[in-house]
Design a protein. Structure first.
Lengths: 368, 373
């Protein structure tokens, strides 16, 4: 036991004498949460548009004014011919062109109908869709006011309730996701690299001939990272709670229980990676490509799993953070208890067992 | 010149004899491209839905049919009570609950007004907005049908004015999200491989102590830096070419603009990224440190570059920060060239920006690199 404590102390010293890494370890979650909270936005705001008004009458002016006063759009330039569209789209600043046909007000008055064209730069398809929808909305509102002398007819009114997140805050998505990602980074990546480092620099041999048992070496390696991970998890939760007012509706004990389960799971993954890699570079690339990118994209963090092709959905079931993110969202934001998330918990426990089993089988007491 | 040739020979040999790194450099990024492009989709197709029809009238049944036959929704359960439907939502078994209240038909005909309740699981705000839009679309479509069929006599009014709104989506008329994502993911993969490889390579020499052997040779600083950069520069350009071929063959991404222009920009961009990688490696002593520095910078830059969300909708200060974010330049330019066929004068400002960045990075890296241990 005394040897073991000494070993743990060595590991702590390794980490704490390197302030740069420490700063990054705690800076990263803060930076990420803030970026997600304040930078990553999907709203349409101040989109640059161009207007081609071939009739310049009160109606077209009124519609243009409404479009520009909505706060969604900003006039970049007025153009005089549709030949210019191609050129300004290629320059990339203007994302939408609104075209009024000649004699707009007159046609609307006499024939009862006039034409308006919306051209959108759909090289970014999602925002193009929204930009067009918003413009349509503004024009339809104008039209409704124009026709306000209409009699009431049959109206079916949808009453929408946004459950658990009435303001559609994006923090509900990214706080659990960021937590999964940071824990993966600290636990899996750091552990695998630090074990691979001992192998690469040859100090693993020194450890193996010491009176420490292999299990003690591994346990000693992961202890500091468990502590770091826990601090990070709490830090992220506090940030979410105080900065983005994220509610914690479920049981805190369950929340921490699941978090610790996930930390252990990530650590076991890190140990497994280190058993297959002999150098830090290999360990790092495996962690980066096999853990970080899937955590970002296949876990339902940003893109919902249900929208993916069937084969990929099957792949998603193999991604540990998927279960953690689902659990955290349910427990923290919906307030569910263990009864509703026992399946996810069970999957995480079995994954943990499998990873530990593989690592134990592959761990070599001898170097080549 | 000969000295650089020898360094290059050494570097290439080291890269190609590392059997575990080779597949990581050449195979893994493309497997990622395949998987991630398919994963990153915002097309909602299978929205899980529970229908609670408490009216059971002919109108409510017709409305239910509309929902069931919509391609966007998949019916999970029907004919259960509202409270058990809410429990299902708690268990993540459904995204949407549609409740048609009692007296739906009667209210509609009597008061001219009735409501339908939509309960959306809004933990993911973005998809919740879309689900709401799709559901409301179905309801308003059905509404129009009823109004039309409810007799052209009772409910028509004086001919209403109409503005016909035509719209067209340029450069991506089918709104394929893949066309948007493939170039973006290519940029990320390219950046990860080159930045990490370059910075880890130099630190590894430090950690192993072999850097001292190089330091005592008559190799100049600039020769050493060039020798370290060129192999990864060539590998990364090769990866870009390969990635474009894959993107064309598998996802049929449009290549509207000049490939020469794209590669010219990529060449400058890579110098900036490799220079940044080398600079980071001169700032750290161990591979672990470098990795973390790289990781921190990379993830910040990637998220801010506009890969998932348009950079234009970011707040002003974030757009200012993007001035020093090389990924934001390349992300914008690769999409402009590939999807829109933008030409040199369209991207000139970005070109100048990235060139300045490359020069500064390379200068800093050479200046920071000391020939002492």
């Amino acid at each position: 036991m005394k040897e073991f404590l000494g070993f743990v102390k060595k590991e702590f010293l390794h980490i704490f004498r390197d302030p740069r890494t420490l700063v990054i370890l705690f800076g990263l979650p803060i930076a990420q949460i803030l970026i997600f909270g304040y930078v990553i936005r999907n709203e349409i705001q101040d989109v640059k548009i161009a207007i081609l008004d071939e009739s310049k009458d009160p109606v077209t002016r009124e519609i243009s004014n409404r479009i520009l006063a909505s706060g969604f759009f900003q006039l970049e330039q007025n153009i005089n011919s549709s030949d210019e569209v191609e050129k300004i789209f290629k320059r990339g600043r203007v994302r939408e062109v609104v075209i009024f046909e000649p004699g707009f007000a007159e046609k609307l008055e006499k024939e009862g109908t006039a034409c308006l064209q919306i051209l959108a730069d759909a090289s970014d398809p999602n925002s193009a869709k929204m930009i067009v929808a918003y413009t349509q909305g503004i024009v339809s509102t104008y039209l409704q006011e124009l026709n306000s002398n209409m009699k009431a007819s049959l109206i079916i009114e949808p009453r929408v309730r946004m459950m658990y997140n009435a303001d559609l805050k994006s923090a509900f998505m990214f706080v659990p996701g960021t937590m999964a990602m940071i824990l993966m980074l600290v636990s899996a990546m750091m552990t695998s690299i630090s074990i691979a480092r001992e192998k690469e620099t040859g100090t693993m041999e020194a450890l193996l001939v010491s009176p420490l048992k292999p299990i003690q070496i591994i346990a000693g390696k992961v202890t500091p990272y468990i502590l770091l991970s826990c601090i990070n998890a709490v830090l992220i939760l506090l940030l979410g709670y105080f900065v983005f007012h994220l509610p914690i509706r479920g049981s805190i004990i369950l929340l921490f229980g699941e978090t610790i389960l996930f930390i252990t799971l990530a650590l076991s993954l890190g140990i497994m990676i280190s058993t297959v890699s002999n150098s830090q570079q290999v360990a790092m690339f495996i962690s980066a490509f096999a853990l970080m990118l899937p955590t970002l994209l296949l876990s339902g963090f940003i893109f919902p799993v249900e929208n993916m092709p069937k084969i990929l959905q099957l792949l998603c079931y193999l991604i540990p953070p998927k279960y953690f993110i689902t659990t955290i969202r349910s427990v923290m934001l919906k307030g569910t208890g263990l009864l509703e998330v026992w399946k996810e918990t069970l999957v995480m426990i079995s994954m943990l067992t499998i990873f530990l089993g593989i690592s134990a089988a592959r761990f070599k007491v001898r170097l080549q | 010149m000969r000295t650089i040739g020898f360094i290059l020979q050494k570097e290439f040999r080291q890269i190609f004899r590392n059997r575990t790194m080779l597949p990581i450099i050449f195979v893994v990024p493309f497997v990622q491209l395949l998987i991630l492009v398919n994963a990153a989709t915002m097309d909602m197709k299978h929205i899980e839905m529970i229908l609670v029809d408490r009216d059971q009238s002919s109108l409510s049944r017709k409305l239910s049919d509309k929902f069931i036959h919509s391609p966007f929704f998949t019916l999970v359960k029907a004919g259960i009570s509202t409270s058990s439907a809410e429990k299902e939502m708690l268990k993540n078994n459904t995204d949407l609950i549609v409740v048609i209240p009692e007296d739906f038909e009667r209210n509609l005909y009597k008061d001219g007004k009735a409501s339908v309740q939509l309960q959306v699981d809004a933990i993911n705000g973005m998809t919740a907005g879309l689900i709401n839009a799709y559901a409301s679309q179905i309801i308003s479509g059905y509404n129009r049908e009823i109004v039309m069929s409810a007799g052209k006599n009772a409910f028509v009014n004086l001919a209403p004015k109409n503005i016909e709104i035509g719209y067209s989506f340029w450069y991506n008329s089918e709104l394929k999200f893949k066309y948007y994502m493939v170039p973006g993911i290519l940029v990320i993969l390219l950046t990860i491989v080159s930045m990490f490889l370059a910075s880890l390579n130099l630190v590894r020499e430090k950690e192993m102590g072999t850097i001292e052997q190089i330091n005592v040779t008559p190799i100049h600083k600039y020769q050493f830096i060039i020798g370290k950069l060129i192999p990864f520069w060539i590998i990364a350009l090769f990866e870009l070419a390969f990635g474009l071929v894959l993107g064309k063959l598998l996802f049929n991404i449009p290549i509207e603009g000049s490939l020469l222009l794209l590669f010219a920009f990529a060449a400058v961009y890579l110098i900036a990224i490799l220079g940044m990688g080398l600079l980071l490696s001169t700032l750290s002593q161990t591979q672990q440190q470098t990795m973390f520095l790289n990781f921190f910078i990379l993830i910040t830059f990637v998220l801010m570059s506009g890969i998932f969300t348009p950079a234009e909708s970011m707040p002003g200060w974030a757009q200012d920060v993007n001035m020093i974010n090389p990924l934001a330049y390349f992300m914008r330019v690769i999409r402009m060239i590939l999807l829109k066929g933008s030409e040199f004068q369209d991207i000139m400002r970005d070109f100048i920006g990235i060139s300045v960045f490359a020069i500064i990075m390379l200068g800093l890296a050479t200046w920071r690199y000391r020939k002492i241990a």
